[in-house]
Design a protein. Structure first.
Lengths: 105, 105
């Protein structure tokens, strides 16, 4: 399983419930089309996060690198400034992503 | 659900399989005693991670803040330099932790 964790902030003036709703709608669309396996949306509980990363965190799971590649191509075809992804681009800032392999646990 | 993500490196000279095995043994002991709900052990796939965080990542889940408090007290009673946790302290460096609330998804 490939973990695709994303950290982000919301743009100034974006209300939290609304901004996170937009992100959730996009991520749900990816799992509904089975491009992604699962996602979780998290918020740092600290008032002043000690982390060097932005406050919000989306954990997205893909089966493997091939599945991620397919999802990336599908998104590029739809256009990153259109539809659900375009709505996310409008509300999110400081986007930071890493890719992690799940080790046996 | 409370997410307790930990980032860490292995100390110089610690072989990866051995060091991660030690971490896995500790985390498995927490889920076996039901102090933690679940865990995953991840490794950044990047050769030179772009992240400001250490290379390895353990995602640990607790039911809520009360469950985390109980687990912390239990660990303090066992002693952080003893047993499974003590073994982890011996192999891990650059320990960094945040606490995240899971938002509805």
């Amino acid at each position: 399983m490939l973990h695709y964790p994303v950290w982000f902030d919301l743009k100034p003036g974006v209300e939290e419930a609304s901004g996170l709703g937009t992100v959730r709608e996009f991520l749900a669309s990816l799992t509904q089309t089975e491009e992604a396996n699962a996602f979780r949306l998290l918020r740092n509980t600290g008032e002043r996060p000690r982390t060097p990363l932005p406050r919000y965190h989306a954990l997205v799971e893909f089966t493997d690198q091939a599945a991620l590649d397919i999802a990336m191509k599908a998104q590029a075809t739809r256009g990153i400034f259109h539809g659900f992804h375009g709505a996310v681009v409008d509300v999110v800032s400081n986007f930071h992503v890493e890719i992690f392999d799940a080790l046996d646990s």
